[in-house]
Write a protein that binds this ligand. Structure first.
Ligand code: NAD
Ligand code: DAU
Length: 353
């Protein structure tokens, strides 16, 4: 992509992954103007970006990607040359209780951005880029063997993954139909600082600190492929700048863990951190009813991004988990703020018997 692409819109930049992507771009590319558009839902938090809020190449906008009038005006005013689109409803359990919210944000919101971008640049695609950040969950579930590659057929099982699959299809369709320079990446489970404590790792760190039960779904024999969030942000930087138009890149950690093994490892690390005797946190493990439509296993073949763009994870799982745990201990105020108020209502609803 052309070097004069200077005005870049990152959507969902106040969320978990988005905040790391915004920070990376603002710090690495002082010559770019980085705009962060975020609706600040329960998952968006400007505290995540306190360290960069005064930088001259960074601007935050509070706005909703489902608001078509606002999006069209916003694009006409700022004439974004590059879009890195992360804004989404992202939690599978919430998609089971409120699927429409996922269709609205993940499908219609994405289409609003695609349309606004098309209106701006339809006859002048040179140096432009629309980058959609997606998930490995669009491929459905693996059995005991095999890996997801870029050619694995889409087979989503949850309302969340169906909404992401649908938005991926629209992005590809805009590439084919209008010649829009699009690129998509599908990543595995991220973990790290600023992760909202509804997802497995931060939820369990918080519950261990609070001495609360650790709700393991089903038998705990579900497998996920974990990647440190800053390594995902590094991959996004590479794909945005060097990825091919119309291409898809799978991103993963080469790091598969059964949930129950991961939870036991986390318990041991937390016991150490808290100065507790080994085994104390493990006693909090409680098997609870399974997630409906629970995908058995995700695992990514990340050889394409490795070979073509030279990317590989820089942090081992042991290092990443240790950094993550340290971050939650050093940022208890953050944890307190995000778990007050509406979080308590969500928690009761999700984990009641
Ligand atoms: P997140 O839930 O932490 O953050 C989502 C952000 O989007 C929040 O800041 C929220 O306020 C914002 N947002 C939500 N609805 C919006 C709307 N209508 N308009 C504007 N902003 C809105 O999510 P995350 O985990 O950081 O995931 C970011 C993206 O990466 C998502 O598209 C997700 O599908 C994808 N992804 C996530 C993972 C993962 O493990 N977390 C893995 C692969 C892909
Ligand atoms: O694979 C990428 C996806 O990873 C992203 O697209 C999603 O946005 C992200 O939320 C994540 O989805 P998962 O459903 O895999 O993540 P979650 O942390 O919710 O769950 C991880 C595993 O842990 C899964 O097998 C369900 C299980 N689990 C989760 C919670 C919240 C439990 O056993 N207990 C829990 O309380």
């Amino acid at each position: 992509m052309s070097d004069n692409s200077r005005t870049i819109l990152i959507t969902g930049g106040a969320g978990f992954i988005g905040s790391h992507v915004v920070r990376l771009f603002v710090n690495a590319y002082p010559e770019y103007q980085i705009f962060n558009l975020d609706a600040l839902t329960y998952a968006g938090n400007l505290e995540n970006l306190k360290d960069i809020e005064g930088k001259p190449n960074y601007t935050f906008f509070h706005g909703d990607i489902t608001d078509i009038e606002f999006i069209n005006t916003f694009f006409r005013e700022h004439r974004f040359e590059g879009i890195i689109h992360l804004a989404a409803e992202s939690h599978v359990d919430r998609s089971i209780t409120d699927p429409l919210a996922f269709a609205r944000t993940n499908i219609l919101g994405t289409m609003n951005l695609l349309n606004a971008f098309k209106e701006l640049w339809q006859n002048n695609w040179e140096g432009k880029r629309f980058y959609h950040i997606s998930t490995d969950e669009v491929y459905g579930t693996l059995g005991e063997d095999g890996l997801f590659t870029e050619t694995t057929p889409y087979d989503p099982n949850s309302p969340y993954s169906a909404s992401k699959a649908s938005s991926d299809h629209f992005v590809r369709a805009y590439g084919e139909t209008y010649g829009m320079p699009v690129v998509i990446s599908n990543c595995s489970n991220n973990y790290g600082p600023n992760h909202f404590p509804e997802k497995l790792i931060p939820l369990f760190i918080n519950n261990i600190i609070e001495d609360k039960p650790l709700p393991v779904y089903g038998d705990g024999n579900y497998t996920r492929d974990w990647l440190y969030v800053i390594d995902h942000a590094r991959a996004i930087d590479l794909v945005f700048h060097d990825g091919g138009n119309g291409e898809t890149y799978n991103i993963g950690g080469f790091n598969e863990w059964k949930n129950i093994d991961l939870v036991k490892l986390l318990c041991r690390l937390m016991d150490k951190k808290l100065g507790r005797e080994e085994g104390v946190s493990e006693k909090l493990i409680t098997y609870v009813k399974d997630r409906p439509g629970h995908d058995l296993r995700y695992a990514i073949d990340a050889s394409k991004i490795n070979k073509e763009l030279g990317w590989k994870p820089s942090v081992t799982f042991e290092e990443g988990l240790a950094k993550t745990i340290d971050w939650y201990f050093d940022n208890q105020e953050w944890l307190k703020n995000v778990t007050s108020g509406a979080y308590q209502d969500y928690y009761k609803l999700q984990y009641q018997d």
